[in-house]
Ligand binder design. Structure first.
Ligand code: FAD
Ligand code: SF4
Ligand code: SF4
Length: 480
């Protein structure tokens, strides 16, 4: 097909569950392309020789390659190309912020709509999961052992990449189920657990050992893993899951949750289904969630599905500044979530039994830009008002949990508690590497996966050719 003909094809819409129906259940909202739509979308790709889209993908997928195979209806080849670079394509095809990654750099974005790379990735990944066995040929073992702390996207990707090179990999996970935020944070209606489970299972069949219910820093320390358990290298990918609170009066009241606790109860512990789980979660007809990112959006949409009406989102800046993905904001709005923009909670009010009864808020206006480049929200004096609610959920961010870093002597961290690494993702301790949110602070799935992949290269070099990165510099310096 000529490029001019390809340019005429409109971007294919992702089919969605009806908003009225989905606001009452946890079924996946995006339903996935039908085969014809997937092929048509693939035909929109111009097959650029210098494909800019690849530079926007932190794991470097050969995007025109898999898209061309899809356009030719050769799904086996499309899957081979996709799986060669991406350990979790069913996940990224659903939750990757494509619009600011690969699709932002697609040449077609300049003249209308970019190619729907993420939607096609999901299509090929789902097809591969259903239709063909994993064709992985195990490489000869190197005899080297690597421990990975945390089974989120960074840890899983690093594990898969290292097992491809013949290293014996053990992932230690503090929770009872692997996946990190993918299973405890992101709700079923955006990322079904079965998709994560299947991709984790593929890693297991490739020889990755995953041991749950082990807290590194408590069950074993990092020095114990290396000195007593015989690991030749460690990758720390324990995320940044410690919730930040606003520190406003009333946070001790019954009915106040961090978004992480609320979402974990529902997603990981199944609290929304009383017939299947003993885990309680407070359901209330009026719920307020505070924040403007993906976590806040997941919290408020989950609350809506648990019956809240209104489920209200308060955010101190305006809609344009919201960090959440545009699609999540649109879906939340369609599902009936009430948005209170330029609004900041200043106090949570309780009743005589110690339960939340309302949140007092103040209206904000945007002032001069702050250090982040976004206009600083400034309170409007005398504009306080109350929003009645029985549950208040804080989703204003998370930070590094200090447990692991405090039990690892010599591990350099910055003032926020994030681990400091060099250009090879090596930490200040020889043989110990780090990546994902524990280094970046809260970021994205695909950036964590990119870190996992890049670190696997560095660990492989370290294991096969000697000490890498910061540790090498220190060792070299002390040798002179
Ligand atoms: P995590 O996913 O946090 O995984 C770390 C793992 O380490 C966890 O399983 C944890 O239990 C384990 N662990 C922690 N400490 C220890 C220890 N001491 N010993 C053993 N194990 C330990 N990003 C997107 O790209 N798109 C989205 O739509 C999106 N939505 C999000 C929604 C929510 C609710 C949240 C919270 C985040 C969202 N993000 C999203 C961000 C994204 O999920 C994270 O950036 C990403 O998961 C970070 O990956 P990670 O591997 O570094 O850490
Ligand atoms: Fe784009 Fe994300 Fe897929 Fe990479 S993983 S091609 S950035 S959607
Ligand atoms: Fe296709 Fe866009 Fe990549 Fe070009 S930049 S190869 S059109 S996806």
């Amino acid at each position: 097909m000529k490029p001019s003909e390809r340019m005429k094809i409109p971007r294919q819409e992702m089919p969605e569950l009806d908003a009225g129906v989905r606001a009452t259940n946890f079924a996946e909202v995006n339903r996935g392309f039908a085969p014809a739509a997937a092929c048509t979308e693939a035909e929109r790709c111009l097959q650029c020789k210098d494909a800019k889209c690849i530079a926007g993908c932190p794991v470097g997928i050969n995007i025109p390659g898999f898209v061309e195979a899809l356009a030719n209806d050769d799904l086996n080849t499309a899957a081979d190309i996709l799986l060669a670079d991406n350990m979790l394509p069913g996940v990224t095809g659903r939750v990757c912020p494509q619009e600011t990654q690969c699709e932002e750099l697609c040449v077609r974005a300049k003249k209308g709509w970019s190619v729907g790379i993420g939607h096609m990735e999901r299509y090929v990944a789902d097809w591969a999961r259903m239709n063909r066995p994993d064709l992985f040929e195990p490489p000869p073992p190197t005899g080297k052992k690597v421990a990975i702390v945390g089974s989120g996207p960074a840890g899983l990707t690093c594990a898969g990449e290292l097992s491809k090179r013949g290293h014996a990999v053990t992932v230690f996970e503090a929770l009872h189920k692997p996946g990190g935020v993918l299973v405890y944070g992101i709700p079923e209606f955006r990322l079904p657990n079965e998709v994560v489970e299947a991709e984790v299972e593929t890693l297991r069949t490739r020889g990755v050992e995953i041991i749950c219910d082990v807290v590194i820093g408590q069950t074993y320390t990092i020095p114990e893993l290396m000195d007593e358990e015989g690991f030749d290298a460690v990758f720390i990918a324990n995320g940044a899951g410690l919730p930040i609170f606003q520190n406003i009066p009333g946070e001790q009241l019954k009915g106040v949750y961090s978004a992480n606790e609320f979402l974990t109860r529902v997603n990981l512990m199944g609290a929304h289904d009383a017939t299947a789980s003993d885990t309680p979660v407070i359901r209330a007809s009026e719920i307020v969630v505070c924040g403007g990112g993906n976590t806040a959006m997941d919290g408020v949409r989950t609350a809506r599905r648990l019956g809240a009406n209104p489920a209200t989102l308060v955010y101190r800046r305006s809609r344009e500044e919201m960090p959440a993905r545009a699609e999540e904001v649109k879906h939340a709005e369609e599902e009936g979530v009430v948005f209170q923009m330029l609004t900041n909670p200043v106090e949570i009010l309780g009743d005589e039994s110690g339960w939340v009864r309302a949140v007092r808020c103040i209206r904000m206006e945007l002032g001069e830009p702050d250090a982040s480049g976004r206009r600083r929200p400034v309170p409007i004096e005398g504009s306080e008002f109350e929003i009645p609610c029985r549950v208040f959920i804080e989703a204003i961010g998370t930070r590094a949990n200090p447990l692991l870093t405090q039990t690892t002597p010599g591990l350099e961290v910055n003032k926020w508690g994030n681990i400091v690494i060099d250009e090879n993702n090596a930490t200040s301790i020889a043989g110990v590497f780090a990546g994902g949110d524990i280094v970046r602070g809260g970021a994205t799935v695909i950036l964590a996966m990119g870190d996992g992949k890049n670190t696997a290269h560095s660990i492989h070099d370290h294991l096969m050719n000697g000490i890498a990165g910061a540790a090498a510099a220190v060792a070299a310096e002390s040798a002179t």
